[in-house]
Design a binder for this molecule. Structure first.
Ligand SMILES: NC(=O)c1ccc[n+]([C@@H]2O[C@H](COP(=O)([O-])OP(=O)(O)OC[C@H]3O[C@@H](n4cnc5c(N)ncnc54)[C@H](OP(=O)(O)O)[C@@H]3O)[C@@H](O)[C@H]2O)c1
Length: 375
């Protein structure tokens, strides 16, 4: 991966951001009046920064709970709940609506009471989790989608069960978007989104762990596939899709790299001299180490060969670009060091993702004590 001209122009190549006005000249077409549903969590702030730097007018709609002061005074805000009161949307019109938070079709239908007919373009962040079958590599957007479980009404699923039916509800949300905004919608299906502001700790675990040095438990085979997308690459591309009014459905995920490339790439931005001990999937399983949860971003290719090998050709053809992994790793590490102490401790404890240091050391010791079978 090389640094693109865009990275150099935007300052992404050296981690600096260019101010509004310097990016505006790159924009295609007139400034847009953009409504971002959400906008203050993870990918949303990157969309806001990039869109405003390119001279667009941005309005946010959210509950005013997540980072309520982040953009106060910089962009307009409408307060409401996609799962409840959406009256503040009434009477407004936009060039494009970007829907980040929707996890159920009722949210799309609810907002459409005021937005359908009042936007020229609707851009929805879905997910690769709409695909239930991950056994085959290199599948594109025509792959089969998650069916609704029998008896489940996707419009009345209680909030506490939404997580369980995530793929099915995102699938139904896509369908609702197509019904409410026919011929003017774009569906973006990201894989694992990573980078600064990610509170899931899934990718962040690795830069933080490798930066600590010592012997690092590395999962499976070094050749196992991995596929991520930096939130800034996703966010910036979505704004460019809005500018160019690109319609259609896209897998939004980075190139397939190996686990070794991922971990070595991250190591390149650290100086602690971490060493990797690769432990096979079956030994990890037998020792209570769960893919994705304890070894984040990793899914053993048997039987999930398709999981980290989704085809991204359509998105690349539509202008999706990728910053170097080293930049993602360094920025994520730097951001993590600014997080509140309790969030840093949570990662160290493996509370959300990752493996605690004591358990990691036990598994490595057990692996080394195991009689190795003759070649
Ligand atoms: N993280 C991943 O790896 C991953 C992978 C694939 C797809 N995705 C999808 O990516 C999308 C982007 O999420 P993001 O967190 O980056 O977006 P974001 O726009 O940065 O943050 C979420 C926003 O939604 C608002 N919000 C939450 N519930 C709301 C509601 N009921 N009504 C109105 N606003 C609400 C939050 O503010 P308030 O709390 O103040 O309302 C916040 O501003 C999600 O749809 C997710 O399913 C994520």
């Amino acid at each position: 991966m090389s640094i693109t001209r865009r990275d150099l122009l935007t300052g992404a190549a050296n981690g600096t951001r260019r101010r509004a006005g310097s990016l505006a000249h790159e924009r295609v077409g007139a400034p847009l009046n953009i409504l971002i549903l959400g906008g203050t969590g993870f990918t949303g702030p990157e969309q806001v920064e990039y869109a405003t730097a390119r001279g667009h007018r941005v309005t946010l709609f959210n509950r005013n709970r997540t980072r309520p002061d982040l953009f106060k005074g910089r962009v307009d805000q409408l307060i409401g709940d996609l799962n409840g009161d959406v009256e503040s949307l009434k009477g407004h019109s936009f060039d494009v609506v970007i829907d980040n938070p929707t996890t159920a079709p009722a949210w799309v239908r609810n907002a459409a009471k005021h937005l359908a007919g009042h936007t020229k373009h609707y851009l929805f962040i879905s997910t690769l989790s709409v695909y239930p079958n991950n056994t085959v590599t290199n599948r594109d957007e025509s792959d089969g989608l998650t069916p609704l479980p029998e008896g489940l009404d996707p419009y009345t699923v209680p909030a506490d069960q939404a997580r369980r039916y995530y793929g099915a509800l995102k699938t139904e949300s896509e369908r609702e978007v197509a019904r409410q905004y026919p011929g003017i919608n774009t569906i973006v299906r990201p894989g694992l989104i990573v980078g600064p502001l990610d509170k899931s700790d899934r990718f962040t675990y690795w830069p933080v762990r490798i930066d600590r040095g010592g012997e690092v438990l590395a999962p499976g085979n070094p050749d196992d596939p991995n596929q991520i997308i930096d939130s800034r690459d996703l966010a910036e591309w979505m704004i460019r899709l809005a500018e160019q009014r690109v319609l259609g459905t896209f897998n939004a995920v980075g190139p397939v790299i190996s686990m070794w490339e991922l971990l070595a790439g991250i190591k390149s931005v650290t100086t602690a001299g971490a060493q990797f001990t690769w432990v096979p999937a079956d030994f990890l399983r037998a020792n209570g180490v769960t893919p994705w949860r304890h070894m984040p971003t990793w899914m053993p290719p048997v039987p999930n060969a398709g999981f980290s090998t989704r085809n991204n050709a359509r998105a690349v053809a539509a202008g999706l670009t990728f910053r170097p992994l080293s930049m993602t790793a360094k920025d994520t590490l730097d951001w993590h060091k600014t997080r509140p102490a309790e969030e840093q401790k949570s990662l160290a404890d493996g509370a959300i993702a990752g493996i605690p240091a004591t358990k990691e050391a036990e598994v490595i010791a057990a692996w080394k004590a195991k009689p190795q079978s003759a070649p």
